[in-house]
Design a protein around this ligand. Structure first.
Ligand code: SF4
Length: 371
């Protein structure tokens, strides 16, 4: 199939792997972070890291939207879902994210009316079909999905729908990247930039990484050859002593992003002063809430929520995984107490989570290093 097969050509993959080998300094260790969970998933699905020299290490970043939702926010959602008048809607993987006591799926089993939706528009449709109930949408995601929530709220407002509201957990990618770059325990040589987010925000927001921190960024597509080529482009920048934002995903990502989507987001959302990220703590100006013009659709204004910060379980090392400090198999409960069926942490819930990617594709131990 055009646009798929040509990006999964194994022979071309070997050629790019050969170019990577010819580009690196064998005496140097390279640490490259793939920011987006979609990249992590592709890397292990297609065995991309097996094509890389042993001194080119990939570490996983904080770009999985389900993984970064803290327990306290899940508890807030469950508190709202338990209102008898409420139909609580969310994406499927959110249902299994652990709160301090339950998941939303367990709350559903106990009687809460929790329903899985594929888009915020599904939630709005449920609101139209149930005028006597209140429908709440638990919105999550980076800038990639925030425009669809914004457009749904615009439509709800235009139609005069009054029984629809939203718990907004949309987050933005730049503040956690800056926090990671400031972190003394993580030395990174470059970034595979988040292609999906960049379709909305463009390349410009990432210019601070080469400008302030001297690290290359290559915005990348999600097919195996996209990712291999992006790694090669990063390594070439390092070889040449350059640090720039390059766009490997030009077939999808415009330099300026999607101006219409950014305009709608600016109308519907405003920055929160701070927001808690699972495992990363509070990061200022890293998340969105509804703007004053859309306050009537803010479920956090309509319902009382605990709003309490809950510490992650002691055994959970999602924070270290999300910062790329440890590999999933280094967490003590990986693959034993924590599996996709019974997840302790969020990184095992979403298919984009690093722990789920490692588990699902059989990366259960230090395989590369041992071979
Ligand atoms: S194995 Fe489970 S608890 Fe450990 S880091 Fe991964 S998701 Fe978190």
């Amino acid at each position: 199939m055009r646009f798929v097969d040509e990006f999964r050509d194994a022979e071309l993959g070997q050629v790019v792997a050969g170019e990577i080998l010819a580009t690196i300094d064998p005496g140097r260790h390279y640490k490259v972070m793939e920011v987006c969970g979609g990249h992590t998933h592709s890397i292990y699905k297609y065995g991309i890291d097996d094509l890389l020299p042993a001194n080119v290490e990939l570490v996983h970043g904080p770009g999985c939207p389900v993984c970064v939702i803290p327990m306290g926010r899940v508890d807030d959602g469950i508190a709202v879902a338990r209102n008898e008048e409420v139909i609580f809607t969310c994406f499927g993987d959110m249902l299994r994210v652990p709160g301090s006591e339950f998941t939303l799926l367990e709350a559903k089993a106990q009687g809460a009316d929790v329903r899985m939706v594929y888009s915020p528009l599904d939630a709005l449709r449920i609101a139209r079909e149930n005028p006597d109930r209140q429908v709440v949408f638990f919105a999550i995601g980076f800038e990639t999905t925030a425009p669809s929530t914004a457009l749904t709220l615009k439509r709800a407002k235009a139609e005069g729908v009054t029984n629809f509201s939203c718990i907004c957990n949309h987050v933005t990618i730049v503040p956690p990247l800056r926090a990671l770059l400031e972190s003394p325990d993580l030395r990174l040589d470059g970034f595979v930039g988040p292609g999906h987010v960049c379709t909305v925000v463009g390349a410009r927001p990432f210019e601070f990484i080469p400008a302030d921190y001297g690290r290359p960024v290559v915005i990348s597509g999600f097919e195996p050859l996209d990712i291999l080529q992006s790694i090669l482009m990063i390594l070439r920048q390092l070889r040449d002593g350059r640090a720039e934002v390059e766009n490997q995903y030009k077939r999808v990502v415009p330099q300026e992003g999607n101006l219409r989507a950014l305009e709608v987001m600016a109308e519907v959302f405003q920055l929160r002063p701070h927001f808690e990220w699972r495992g990363l703590g509070f990061i200022s100006q890293s998340a969105l809430r509804l703007s004053d013009a859309y306050r009537a659709f803010d479920a956090e204004e309509r319902y009382s929520v605990p709003g309490v910060r809950i510490a992650d379980p002691k055994a959970c090392q999602c924070g270290e995984v999300l910062k790329g400090v440890i590999k999933p198999w280094e967490c003590k409960v990986f693959g034993t107490a924590c599996t996709p069926e019974h997840a302790i942490g969020t990184c095992m819930v979403s298919p984009e989570g690093a722990c789920a990617a490692y588990y699902n594709y059989g990366r259960l131990a230090r395989t590369r290093e041992v071979v």
